[in-house]
Design a protein around this ligand. Structure first.
Ligand code: 0A1
Ligand code: ZN
Length: 884
C-alpha cells in the first residue's frame, strides 16, 4: 500500500534478460500457514546482454536460504530491495537453490499461491510467480519445469501441475507426493499447481493424428453433474483448432480445474487450465443459455492459448494483445462456427460488436484510453482491458478482412514457423502476416500504436449520366492521453449496394475487373474518393458491412434508407445496425426532451418498423431478439457530449413502454409462438427462441392494460431450466411488479432457498436485484448485510457491488451523490482485500468528467476522498488517471 506516485514502466525501456534459464526444479511442501518452496534453477549468461547481474523478482516471500553453485550466499553477495534480489558478477553457468516460505492462508489477493475452500491454487499471470519464489518473473525467460508436490494425503488427495505426471507415491505420516514434468519451455506466468480434495470427469480423446490424449475436468465433490458441457466444449475446441488452423494438442494430458475464488475468467497455464467456476459448471437447473455459450467460448479461449500464448508467447507485457487479441479472435470464430448457420454467425458478430461498443468505445474515449500495444503502465493487472482483448481481436480480424481467410491462415502458418517456442512482439505477428502474403502492411502498425476510436465520415454522390457512385471517405481520431496528433489508419471498409427492390447491385471499383456483392475498400489517407462504376440507379448504401473495422461511422442516411436496409440488407449485421440507428436517433431526441421537460412521443413509422421485425417469422428468432433490443443506456451515453444518466434511463424506459403498449398483441403472439416445450437443450435454435420469448415477456410486463405479472409468475413456476426461470424473475423485479404483487417477493425468497447451495445461482440472485432500476440504495445496503454476501469472493462482490455501480444507471447516479459515496466506501474496503478486483470497481467513474454538472461535483468529491487514502498500486493508478 502506498499513497505516492507509483513507478511507471515504459515499453521502450525494454532490455534483454541478463541471464536465461534452461530448467527449474520446484519442490513444494504444502501447508496453509507455511508452505516451503525450494527452487533449483539453472541459469546461463545471455550472450546478448552486457550485464553480469542476475536479477530475480520476489514479493511477500520469506527468504530462508540461497545457495549459488554450492556456496551459501550472504549479503552483500546479493542485494535485496524493492522486490528484487540481485546477484552481481555472476559467472556464465549458475545453479541457484533458493528456499522460501509463503503463507497461502493469508493471501486474499488471489495472486500467487492461495487457498479457496480449503484447496490450494495458483495464479501467476501476470506477475504472481514472484509471490512463490525468487525468479526472473518476465515472459521472455522460458524454461522447462519439473515440479514435486508434497502434502497430507487425506486433506489433499489430488496433486496437479503442468505437463505430464511422471511419479507419485505414499510417504510416512499420511503424506504423499506427485512429480510433474513439463517438456515445453514456458515463462513463469504459465506455471500452475493445484492441490486438494477434488474429483474429475475424464475421457480419452483421439486427435486427428491418431494419438490418444487424456482430458480431465476437475471440480469439488458434488459438482460432477455440472462438468459434461465443459468437457464437450473442450473436445469441440480441440477438433476446431485442428481443422481450422491445423494446430494439434501437444501434450498427452489436458486438465481443466474449476475454482470458486478467482479474479478473472480463466487462465491458460500449460496443460492445467484454471477456471472460475462460472465458466465451467453448468446443468439446466443452474445455468442459463448465456452461461452455456460463455463456457464454450472461454473453454475454447483457454485451449486456443496453448498455441497462441503458450507455444508462442509475449516478449514483455506491452505485447499482451499479441496473445489476447489473437486468442479472442480465435474464440469468436470458434463460437461463430459452432452455431452451424449463417444467422448464428451474424448473431455472434452482433453480440461481439455490442460488447465492443458498450465497453471498449467508452474506454477508448476516457482517461484510461491506451493503444492495443500500450506504451507505459504502472500496474500491469490494470491492462487486462477490453482494448487489449476486444479491440485487439478486431485488429486481428482486420488482417483476415484484408488478406482473406486463406491469406490469414498463411500468415498464421508463417508466424508459428518463425516463432514457435519463443517470446515475441506484435510487430513479429504483423511481419508474418505481411511476408506470408507479399504485402506491405507498415501502415497497419498504427492500429497497435495509436489509441482512440477512429471516426470515418462517408459522403456519396450518384451520377446517373455516367452510372457512377463516388464515395468520399475521410478519417480522424480524437486525442487520447499522451497522444494529441494521429496519423491516418489503414481501414478496411466493406461496402454493398441495394437497389430499390432491395436486391444487391454488384460493386465494382473503377479500374478493377471484379465485381462482388461486398467490396472491401482500403482507406489509407485522411480523405479519399472511390468511384464505383456500372451503378444503374441511385442505390441505398450498406457501409461497414459486418463491422469491417472498429470505427465510428458517420454517414447520414434518411429514415427511409435505414428502413430499406432494415428490411432488405443481405448483411445481417447491417440489417441490425439500421434498426439500432433508427432507435438511437429517437432515443437521443427523447433524452433531450426529458431534460427540457418537453412531452415525449414516438412516431408511427418507427413503431411500424418494429412491428414488421417482430412479426417477420422468416427471420431467425435470435436475430429478431437482437433487433428488438434497444441500444443500452451506456451506448446511448456514448453518443452524448454531456451525460445525464437518469434522463437517458427515462427516455429509454418511455420508448420501451410505448413499444410494449403499441405492440401488445404482437408481443403476446411472439411469446406464445416461441415456447420451447420438452427437454431443455442449450442449442442456438432453442436459445434464440427463449431469448425472443423472454424479451416479449419483459415488454409485456410494461403494458398498462392487462396484468401480465401472472404470466411471468407462471413461467417462473413452470420453468424446467434456469434461463426461463431467471428471465421471469428478473423481469418481475425490474418492471416493478414486485411493488404491486406480494407474490413476487415470495418468489425472490423461493429462489434464494431453492438454490442456497449453488453459489453461482446466488450470484445471479444478487445481481438481478443490484441491477434493477427499482432497487434503492437502501436495499443494496441491506443486501450487503445478507449472510451470503462477502467481499472475499470476487464473483459475489461483483454480483452486488459492480452490478449496482456499473449496471444500474438509474439508481447509482442518484442526485444526492449517495451512489458515489457508496462506491467510495466499498472501493476502499475491497482494496484492502483484493486490489485487482478493487481497481476494476474504480473504473465505474471513468466517464465522470462528462456527467452533467449536478453529478460531476459529487462524483469528484467521492474520487478525491478515495485519492486521499492509502491505496494499492492497482487502484492508485486508476484513481490518479481518472482525476488527471
Ligand atoms: N490470460 C487469461 C486472463 C487472466 C489474466 C490475469 C489473471 O490473473 C488474475 C487471470 C487470468 C485469459 O486471457 O484468459
Ligand atoms: Zn486470454
Amino acid at each position: 500500500m502506498n499513497t505516492a506516485q507509483p513507478e511507471t514502466i515504459q515499453r521502450l525501456d525494454y532490455t534483454v534478460p541478463s541471464f536465461l534459464v534452461d530448467h527449474i526444479d520446484l519442490t513444494f511442501d504444502l501447508a496453509p500457514s507455511a508452505t516451503s518452496v525450494s527452487a533449483t534453477t539453472r541459469f546461463k549468461h545471455n550472450p546478448a546482454s552486457d550485464s553480469r547481474e542476475i536479477v530475480l523478482n520476489g514479493q511477500d516471500l520469506e527468504l530462508v536460504k540461497i545457495v549459488m553453485n554450492g556456496r551459501t550466499l550472504e549479503k552483500p553477495d546479493y542485494a535485496l530491495d524493492h522486490g528484487e534480489l540481485r546477484i552481481p558478477n555472476a559467472p556464465d553457468d549458475v545453479t541457484l537453490v533458493i528456499d522460501t516460505l509463503v503463507r497461502p492462508d493469508k493471501n486474499t489477493s488471489l495472486m500467487g499461491l492461495y487457498i479457496s475452500n480449503g484447496n490450494f491454487f495458483t495464479q501467476c499471470e501476470a506477475e504472481g510467480f514472484r509471490k512463490i519464489t525468487y525468479y526472473p518473473d518476465r515472459p521472455d525467460v522460458m524454461a522447462s519445469y519439473t515440479v514435486t508436490l508434497f502434502a497430507d494425503k487425506k486433506k489433499y488427495p489430488v496433486l496437479l501441475s503442468n505437463g505430464n505426471l511422471v511419479d507419485q507415491g505414499d510417504l510416512p505420516k499420511g503424506r504423499h507426493f506427485a512429480k510433474w514434468e513439463d517438456p515445453f519451455k514456458k515463462p513463469s506466468y504459465l506455471f500452475a499447481l493445484v492441490a486438494g480434495n477434488l474429483v474429475c470427469q475424464e475421457e480419452t480423446f483421439r486427435l486427428a493424428d491418431g494419438r490418444d490424449v487424456l482430458l480431465q475436468v476437475w471440480v469439488e465433490d458434488g459438482n460432477l453433474d455440472k462438468t459434461p458441457h465443459a468437457m464437450e466444449s473442450l473436445k469441440h475446441s480441440i477438433a476446431w483448432d485442428e481443422s481450422r488452423f491445423g494446430l494439434e494438442l501437444d501434450l498427452d494430458r489436458f486438465m481443466i480445474v474449476a475454482v470458486s475464488d478467482f479474479n478473472m475468467g480463466a487462465m491458460e497455464n500449460k496443460g492445467l487450465n484454471i477456471f472460475n467456476t462460472r465458466y465451467v459448471l453448468a446443468n439446466p437447473r443452474i445455468a442459463t443459455d448465456q452461461d452455456y455459450a460463455n463456457i464454450e467460448s472461454v473453454v475454447g479461449h483457454e485451449y486456443f492459448h496453448n498455441w497462441t500464448g503458450d507455444r508462442v508467447t509475449c516478449r514483455d507485457w506491452f505485447q499482451l494483445s499479441l496473445k489476447e487479441g489473437l486468442t479472442v479472435f480465435r474464440d469468436q470464430e470458434f463460437s461463430a462456427d459452432r452455431t452451424g448457420s449463417d444467422s448464428g454467425r451474424a448473431v455472434k458478430r452482433i453480440e461481439d460488436v455490442r460488447t465492443l461498443r458498450q465497453v471498449q468505445f467508452p474506454e477508448d474515449a476516457g482517461p484510461m484510453a491506451h493503444p492495443v500495444r500500450p506504451d507505459s503502465y504502472q500496474e500491469i493487472n490494470n491492462f487486462y482491458t477490453v482494448t487489449i482483448y476486444e479491440k485487439g481481436a478486431e485488429v486481428v480480424r482486420m488482417y483476415q478482412t484484408l488478406l482473406g481467410r486463406d491469406g490469414f491462415k498463411k500468415g498464421m502458418d508463417l508466424y508459428f514457423k518463425r516463432h514457435d517456442g519463443n517470446a515475441v512482439t506484435c510487430a513479429d505477428f504483423l511481419a508474418a502476416m505481411a511476408d506470408a502474403n507479399g504485402r506491405d502492411l507498415s501502415q497497419f502498425e498504427l492500429w497497435y500504436s495509436q489509441a482512440g476510436t477512429p471516426r470515418v465520415k462517408l459522403e456519396s454522390d450518384y451520377d446517373s449520366l455516367n452510372r457512377t457512385l463516388s464515395l468520399t471517405l475521410s478519417q480522424s481520431c480524437p486525442p487520447t492521453p499522451g497522444q494529441t496528433e494521429k496519423k491516418p489508419f489503414l481501414i478496411p471498409i466493406a461496402i454493398g449496394l441495394l437497389d430499390a427492390h432491395g436486391k444487391e447491385i454488384p460493386v465494382r471499383v473503377k479500374g478493377s475487373d471484379n465485381a462482388s456483392d461486398t467490396c472491401v475498400l482500403e482507406l489509407t489517407q485522411e480523405k479519399q474518393t472511390f468511384t464505383l462504376v456500372d451503378v444503374p440507379e441511385k442505390p441505398v448504401i450498406s457501409a461497414l458491412r459486418n463491422f469491417s473495422a472498429p470505427v465510428i461511422l458517420e454517414f447520414e442516411q434518411t429514415d427511409e434508407e435505414l428502413l430499406h436496409l432494415l428490411a432488405n440488407d443481405t448483411d445481417s449485421f447491417n440489417r441490425w445496425e439500421a434498426g439500432q440507428r433508427l432507435a438511437m436517433r429517437r432515443l437521443l431526441e427523447l433524452t433531450h426532451a426529458v431534460r427540457e421537460n418537453r412531452p415525449l412521443t414516438l412516431d408511427k413509422p418507427f413503431i411500424d418498423a418494429f412491428r414488421t421485425v417482430l412479426t417477420n417469422t422468416s427471420l431467425d428468432p435470435a436475430l429478431r431478439e437482437l433487433a428488438l433490443t434497444l441500444p443500452s443506456e451506456t451506448i446511448i451515453a456514448e453518443k452524448m457530449d454531456e451525460i445525464d444518466p437518469r434522463a437517458i434511463h427515462t427516455a429509454r424506459q418511455f420508448m420501451r413502454k410505448t413499444l410494449a403498449n403499441a405492440l401488445e398483441k404482437e408481443w403476446q403472439k411472439a411469446y406464445k409462438n416461441n415456447l420451447t416445450d420438452g427437454e431443455y437443450r442449450p442449442i442456438p435454435q432453442d436459445a434464440g427462441k427463449r431469448a425472443l420469448k423472454n424479451l416479449a415477456l419483459s415488454y409485456l410486463l410494461l403494458c398498462d392494460s392487462t396484468d401480465t405479472c401472472h404470466m411471468a409468475i407462471d413461467q417462473y413456476r413452470q420453468a424446467n431450466n434456469m434461463t426461463d426461470r431467471l428471465a421471469a424473475l428478473t423481469s418481475l423485479v425490474h418492471s416493478g411488479c414486485m411493488q404491486k404483487l406480494p407474490e413476487v417477493k415470495e418468489l425472490l425468497e423461493h429462489f434464494y432457498k431453492e438454490y442456497e447451495n449453488e453459489p453461482l445461482v446466488i450470484d445471479k440472485w444478487f445481481s438481478l436485484q443490484s441491477t434493477s432500476p427499482t432497487t434503492s440504495i437502501e436495499s443494496i445496503r441491506e443486501l450487503m448485510e445478507h449472510p451470503a454476501f462477502t467481499f472475499r469472493n470476487p464473483n459475489r462482490a461483483r454480483s452486488l457491488i459492480f452490478g449496482f455501480c456499473h449496471n444500474n444507471m438509474a439508481q447509482f447516479h442518484a442526485e444526492d451523490g449517495s451512489g458515489y459515496e457508496f462506491w467510495a466506501k466499498y472501493l476502499l474496503e475491497l482494496d484492502r482485500i483484493n486490489p485487482q478486483v478493487a481497481a476494476r470497481l474504480a473504473r465505474c467513474m471513468d466517464q465522470y468528467k462528462r456527467y452533467v454538472p449536478s453529478l460531476r461535483q459529487p462524483a469528484e468529491r467521492a474520487l478525491k476522498q478515495v485519492s486521499k487514502q492509502e491505496l494499492s498500486r492497482d487502484t492508485r493508478e486508476i484513481i490518479n488517471k481518472t482525476l488527471s
